[in-house]
Write a protein that binds this ligand. Structure first.
Ligand code: 5GP
Ligand code: ZN
Length: 114
């Protein structure tokens, strides 16, 4: 999608990626909320999780995301210690970037959230 920040970053325009495969790119959040704060971003443009899960192709990508997750978590060094995986959606979910992304947070004991 034209003029989408995360389309550009997922394509590697922001520098080397932390992890990637055919479907997904991973890079560090610019404003980390934890010691480890990675963003897992589909290379294809989906606006949010509902957009993704509304098509067969998107559901299939979601399944492949699940398949890739253990490897990404291992790369982040969070397999033993644990982590939080967050996807914000829409206004009340405080999604600020309109290209679907999963927050992977860890590396320290996280606070309790709503
Ligand atoms: P959201 O609120 O949409 O779930 O999360 C957007 C996230 O993207 C925020 O945590 C924010 O810090 C991060 N972010 C915004 N702009 C950039 C950027 O240019 N580069 C990187 N690496 N992260 C960004
Ligand atoms: Zn995009």
């Amino acid at each position: 999608m034209k003029d989408c920040l995360f389309c550009r970053l997922a394509a590697g325009a922001g520098g080397p990626l932390l992890w990637e495969n055919e479907d997904l790119s991973v890079f560090a959040d610019i404003n980390p909320a934890a010691k480890v704060h990675w963003l897992i971003v589909p290379k294809a443009h989906y606006e949010n999780i509902i957009d993704l899960c509304s098509t067969e192709e998107g559901c299939e990508l979601f399944r492949r995301f699940g398949e890739a997750l253990p490897e990404i978590v291992a790369q982040a060094g969070l397999t033993e210690s644990g982590f939080r995986l967050i996807v914000n959606c829409g206004r009340d979910g405080r999604q600020t970037v309109g290209h679907l992304h999963f927050h992977l947070l860890g590396g320290e004991r996280l606070g309790v959230h709503v």
